[in-house]
Design a protein around this ligand. Structure first.
Ligand SMILES: Cc1cc2nc3c(=O)[nH]c(=O)nc-3n(C[C@H](O)[C@H](O)[C@H](O)COP(=O)(O)OP(=O)(O)OC[C@H]3O[C@@H](n4cnc5c(N)ncnc54)[C@H](O)[C@@H]3O)c2cc1C
Length: 294
């Protein structure tokens, strides 16, 4: 049995390839630049041309999929990869089981209702497509022979036109790697108030994340930093939810953290039913005080 792994980052490529090895005899890795060594039987690097976007790699990955004929496809749960995976699955007449937190021959376990429920689902078609939450294959050891091939780009029929691009702001920890994540919600009334959370994140060497309204409602935070069912699924050791009410669409992205702290001025906020430690208080008082005390 063959597994195809599609990943954008080196860490995910390593973890997913190691996990794929527990499901299949042969592992083929598709990346868009990162070339981790010793993780797959074959690594296919898709050369994304200047002016093209990774999302448009679906035509190229479709051709790889057809040539390799895998039985299982694992994708990194990042925006570009999700977009590619969804299109390849649709063309194959299959669906994608998203954010799997455990995988074996029986199917994939994923969370729903904000993590209150778990369900195990089997792929509907002959080929199983999954996006896999980080940490799912923790402990699995990658192995591979380091055959690396560059794959020529196949432009899709209707490519996206890249009008402009700018470097993402550097700074802050990688949210997938950070041991601690401080997340900000709509409890922050002004953009400048995010500095309280930023100071705490810096103090504990953590990353800064948010709920969706802070990216889509007001654009105070980059869209790649919101946590939840349609954003990132994170598993840090510590997650500090500040001014976040605890809607299930958000909590599904953080409730597998080692420990969840919540700060909210409303003692009845649902987040207090889903955290390990809760502090009823105003972020403007609590965050500077906690940061100073640490
Ligand atoms: C299809 C769909 C997908 C979605 N996907 C996501 C997703 O992936 N991620 C996501 O985050 N959301 C998602 N949402 C939105 C989600 O339903 C919630 O609306 C959102 O998570 C709420 O964000 P919040 O908790 O920051 O804001 P609110 O729900 O408005 O909560 C703000 C909280 O801040 C508290 N507060 C206010 N002022 C202070 C203060 N000074 N000090 C302390 N506490 C204070 C309030 O008591 C309140 O509990 C999705 C919604 C839909 C319909």
């Amino acid at each position: 049995m063959k597994a195809l792994v599609i990943a954008e980052t080196t860490d995910a490529a390593r973890e997913l390839a190691a996990g794929a090895r527990t499901l299949a005899d042969e592992v083929v890795l598709v990346t868009f630049g990162a070339t981790p060594t010793g993780v797959a039987d074959k690594t296919l690097v898709v050369a994304v041309p200047e002016g093209a976007v990774v999302d448009d790699a679906y035509a190229t990955v479709q051709a790889i999929y057809d040539a390799e004929a895998p039985a299982v496809v694992l994708g990194e749960p990042r925006r570009h990869v999700k977009s590619v995976l969804g299109r390849v699955a649709a063309a194959a007449g299959a669906s994608v089981i998203t954010d799997a937190v455990a995988l074996d021959e029986e199917g994939a376990k994923s969370l729903y209702f904000g993590g209150v429920g778990e369900r195990v689902r089997k792929a509907a078609g002959d080929v199983a497509f999954y996006t896999v939450a980080p940490g799912t294959f923790e402990g699995a050891e990658p192995a591979g022979t380091d055959v690396v091939e560059t794959v020529t780009w196949q432009a899709p029929a209707t490519p996206v036109t890249l009008v402009s691009s700018r470097e993402r702001e550097k700074g802050g920890a990688d949210l997938f790697k950070a041991d601690a994540v401080v997340a900000c919600g709509r409890g922050f009334a002004e953009e400048s108030e995010l500095d309280w959370a930023r100071a705490l994140a810096e103090k504990i060497d953590g990353g800064l994340a948010c709920s969706r309204p802070l990216t889509e409602g007001v654009d105070w935070m980059p869209s790649g930093t919101y946590v939840g069912v349609s954003g990132l699924v994170l598993t840090p050791k510590v997650y500090v939810a500040c001014g976040i009410s605890g809607q299930m669409q958000h909590m599904v992205g953080c409730n597998r953290s080692g420990m969840v702290f919540a700060i909210n001025k409303d003692k009845n906020a649902p987040v207090f039913k889903q955290c390990d430690f809760g502090l009823v208080g105003d972020i403007k008082d609590v965050l500077p005080a906690v940061t100073a005390a640490l």
